[in-house]
Design a protein around this ligand. Sequence first.
Ligand code: UDX
Length: 463
Amino acid sequence: EEVMAPTKTVQPPVHIAAIAHPGRGHINAMMNFCCLLSDRGDFHISFVVTEEWCSILSSDPPPPSCVQLCTIPNCIPSERGRAADMNKFLEAVQTKMEEPFEYLITEQLELPVQAIVSDTYLPWAVAVGSRRGIPVCSLFPMAASFFRALNNYDLLPVVVAADGDVPTADAIAEFNDHPLEQYIPGLHPLRSSDLNTVHAVKPLKKILQSFPWLKKAQCLLFTSFYVLESVTIDSIKAQVPCPVYPIGPCIPYYRFNDKTNTDQDHYLTWLDKQQKKSVLYISLGSFLSVSQAQLEELASGLVASQVKFLWVAREKSCRVQKIVGKSGLIVPWCEQLKVLCHPSIGGFLTHCGWNSTLEAVYAGVPMMTFPIFWDQDVDSRLVVEKWKVGMSLKGKIGKDGIIGKEEIALVVKAFMDLDGDESKEFRKEALKLKEAARNATDVGGSSYNSLSIFIENLSANLH
Ligand code: UDX
């Protein structure tokens, strides 16, 4: 038995290799998590990205010095290639990154890697860890509800109807409007139609293989927080064999507190001049977009609404600016969290990527949802029907598959109306969620405590 108090020695920082699926939403979630971790303990984090992503990230605010970018070669299609052929890109992520990752962490990094934190969508990272005897912690950068649905995908009637193969269009149509809760408990108020774009992804089977690999993971981390999805989180805890830690919202506090605005932040100066809660912020994430026809209707509808707006139109910025003239400010990219937390922002038209959704929750900003792909319909359903902090634009889509400018003008006006009954209700609920998010991350809150336990358990299981 241990009787003598050990003499205090200075321990070197724990060396972690972090790897995210190569996409903005995933990388941001992982980076925020690493920053949070470095704030709470003594870590050295090798943040593994492709060379292309290393160069993209060089224009972001730099992470703390204990988080270092390490590269593997560009072994997957480029960002442009991803837009051109999503299925090919997803396939390559599943098959081409394992080898260079393993080589990097075992042969190239100076210090031995003691633990891996990997995106749940990269099952091969768990395989590398098992092979090398390095514990792997799995981070799921989307809603716990979406995790629950994917983790039980084989229980869905569309899959059963398709006899284990990809669901047919008929099967999808038949089960389109059923509550998911009927098949997978813990998923109220989601509906089968919320997974329609998921069924259509070609390498879906390969992606779903991520889930059985969790049996070999040390733990499962969520960027969600308990109050947001409590019933679902409890049902996941009862189902998966490892500890589950909801530690979100994973917000980069240190970056956010950096008050030094650069020249590029002219949009913040513009926001300073607008009235409180008067501006609608529009962003459809980092890589998805809508059809040209929809883009034009959206732009014209916004102008007609006479609501002030700030729109991240990425590569379409010039085209959109031509349509809207001086009615709104168009930027190719912005510091979204700073924008969402600006007092002039009164609403967010979003594609409902999970990071954007969480950032809006954190900022207390109501959402108009326009989900496009993968988990976004699920997030939209949570926003509208569970948390009641916004409305969906999807129901406004006409027979031609787009929402016309007149309709857009009407809903935007009503949504941004500070005196409207419905919009007042959204703001009230959004404020409550904002408070819940702060409570979760403050000292002693649910996410704060989850992270403490995670760190304790991690240290106890080191390589
Ligand atoms: C992807 C998927 O599409 C999404 O459904 C999934 O939940 C996460 O991965 P993405 O589409 O890029 O992500 O959306 P989102 O999750 O919202 O992530 C975008 C990130 O980029 C956010 O953190 C947002 O703050 C940031 N961003 C976006 C900026 O910093 N500036 C911008 O101008 C636009």
